[in-house]
Design a protein around this ligand. Sequence first.
Ligand code: WTA
Length: 660
Amino acid sequence: MFFMLRKAFVRHYLIKSMKSFKPNEKIKDNAYIGSIEKYNEIYDYSIKNPEGFWAEQAERISWFKKWGKVWNWDFNKAEISWFEGAKLNACYNCVDRHVENGFGNETALIWEGNNSSENRKLTYDDLLREVQLAANSLKDLGVAKGDRVCIYMQMIPELTIALLACARIGAVHSVVFGAFSPDSLESRINDSECKVLVTQDAGVRGTKTDIPMKKNADETLKNTPSIEKVLVVRRTGSPTEMIRGRDVWWHEAMESADSLCEPEIMDAEDPLFILYTSGSTGKPKGVMHTTGGYMVYTSTTHHYIFDYKPGEIYWCTADIGWITGHSYIVYGPMANRAVTMMFEGVPNYPDYGRFWEIIEKHKVNIFYTAPTALRALMKEGDNWPKKYNLESLRLLGTVGEPIKEPEWMWYHSVIGNERCPIVDTWWQTETGGIMITPLPGVTETEPGSATRPFFGILPQLVDDEGNVLEGNNVEGNLVMERPWPSIMRTVYGDHQRFFDTYFSRFPGKYFSGDGCKRDEKGYYWITGRVDDVIIVSGHNLGTAEIEGSIGRHPDVAEAAVVGYPHEIKGNSIYAFVTLRTGRKITEKTKSEIAKIVRADIGPHATPEKIQFTEGLPKTRSGKIMRRILRNIASDNVDNLGDISTLADPSVVESLVSERI
Ligand code: WTA
């Protein structure tokens, strides 16, 4: 008896301490792919015969005309195309064909407002009607195929409609996250010379009931010569100044628009959208995605990774201002005729139970969120989720940054009741869709690992010299050996930058900018960025952009920013600032610096800590050694590494002693 107990204890203990979780039988039995053997078989086929595999997957999309060759690519020139010559329309795939197939009265979109009393449901019929009106409204404002349309909104249904309306007429949308400042909006509009801006009177989020979207836009529009018209959705009814001849109310435009709008016939390689992301220089990069490959990849990944079954309620909590919203609220799910949810509010309003309340209310089956949200909610204790019935949940997902064991375990046990598989999905704005991920009916998950590549994805790890690290138990830079259908095609207006950023560091390969470990099982563990991007609450921020902004303060001589671990946000920003000679260090300077960054980029970029210093650690050639600053900011001062190559090693001592 004692031994039996002991054995059970040891087994339990070992399982717990190894922390790996097999999908249960029910999940396996119902999943599209229900065994590791099946995954291996399909994966091997997708790698050995990529053109065959992707040609088959492409059948889930409706094409007006099929392709000649599946792919053409040369990473040495940063040239990639998929399904070139084939014709399709993304909006047709997300809306019309479902109506044509008789599913028009099924729910397409569930919208939950900032206040839980505000809800809207749109069927595919509704969407088709609205999208055609919106598409014609854009046409009436002079938008034609190939024109860029900037969209600066909060999470309201018109945002989704605006995206689909652009896709319908072949206009290229460029969504700018609604919390971005007027300056950030301006540089993004000007970079791609958008012709029309779609915005809303004001926004509602949490306790903020009057976020001045149109007012911000007006400030921006003083310096955006390409914008001819502004389409304004009425969300709050706040008093709004409309400029005659330029500004048009959305509802008025829709009222006078024609109700029929044929979808434009687009080439697979015609641009679908631009989405800006932070890079290692101050100027944001316009990541450009095209139509055919993007639609094939987002719908294929949504199908297998979320194992989506008709009728299920699927909720991705991301903002459509980021790639996750583009690919996994709008295009992927809608191509698959999913019921997709959109939430206007925040997880802690009116209280920390909001997410769980929504899950109970709408009987959400699949829930996809960010580790930063989980950490923030976990901190508030289990009583919030325990108040609600979460039994509808079947599958959980995360994205945006490495998830650590505590929040993974909390997600698993408290939210998923140890029943729901967790898919920790690794991908990027640039990749367009999920690249490394568990599959719910297949993968034995381990907290913190994104596990294995999706079909057709061939990740490699290389050392800093570019040598491929073969086998398991290795750590290096994460690269991709070959393209997948939704890889970005260029940096808008700057193909050289596309090449330089992604294909020059390791010639012939796509470089993700992430570090990664492959363990003894062959599982991938993302270790974080190895370049100058900091991920704060899942938002990518370029150090150069923040440093440039701090440098605009008249007293500042130089600044260097780094990330340091933060309990909730994942990382927070630490700024080291040198003032011009003779300028006084005051609390006021600090708050002014914070204010400039907030105004230039947005509140999410504000440095949490600002340390004034006499000097920064530089090499003799003048390069700032961020590694040292990162270690100081992270309170890892016993481990600063070699500082002998610094031009003036003595600065380190004062940096450490004055650490905040
Ligand atoms: C990080 C978001 C670890 C990574 C879709 C990547 C992750 C960057 C994960 C892209 C994950 C995203 N585990 N790290 N599951 N998912 N990242 O462009 O550093 O906003 O390069 O795209 O987020 O962020 P982006």
